[in-house]
Design a protein around this ligand. Structure first.
Ligand code: RB5
Length: 144
């Protein structure tokens, strides 16, 4: 199960990605927002972050205008490693090296075609572990 959420700036892209996940047969839980009416992105960042760190959902996808605000907010939740990406390489390597558990994207930055590719590579790429495990554990230490 994938947790998804957005603010008004990411709403259209979130809907496009829901259609893409439907096509791929990937189950998701939509934590809102559910329209283009103005809302505050930290609220939706927290809903998705909580779903991921609790184990209710295995990964999360977040969308705001830039992808930045909602990623900053999500990263305040202990256990979240959220990467804001607008290129394929970063979306792939943040899984391989950082074990990122949430991908954030900007609805005013990336189009739906690129976003679908970023989502696919993020969801399909495993964490490498190995030499990266020490560094990921050092990130967790910063939360103490
Ligand atoms: C909302 O206008 C906008 O600030 C928000 O979607 C996001 O881009 C913040 O980082």
């Amino acid at each position: 199960m994938i947790a998804i959420g957005c603010d008004h700036g990411g709403y259209t892209l979130k809907e496009a990605i829901k259609a893409h996940l439907d096509e791929r047969g990937i189950a998701y839980k939509d934590f809102g927002t559910y329209s283009e009416e103005s809302v505050d992105y930290p609220v939706y960042a927290k809903k998705v972050a909580d779903a991921v760190v609790s184990g209710e959902c295995e990964k999360g996808l977040l969308f705001c205008g830039t992808g930045i605000g909602i990623s900053i907010a999500a990263n305040k939740v202990k256990g979240v490693r959220c990467a804001c990406c607008s290129d394929y390489f970063s979306a792939k390597y943040t899984r391989m090296h950082n074990d990122a558990n949430i991908l954030a994207m900007g609805g005013r930055v990336v189009g739906p075609g690129l976003a679908a590719e970023l989502v696919d590579v993020f969801l399909d790429t495993p964490y490498e572990g190995g030499r990266h495990a020490k560094r990921v554990s050092q990130i967790a230490d910063l939360e103490k």
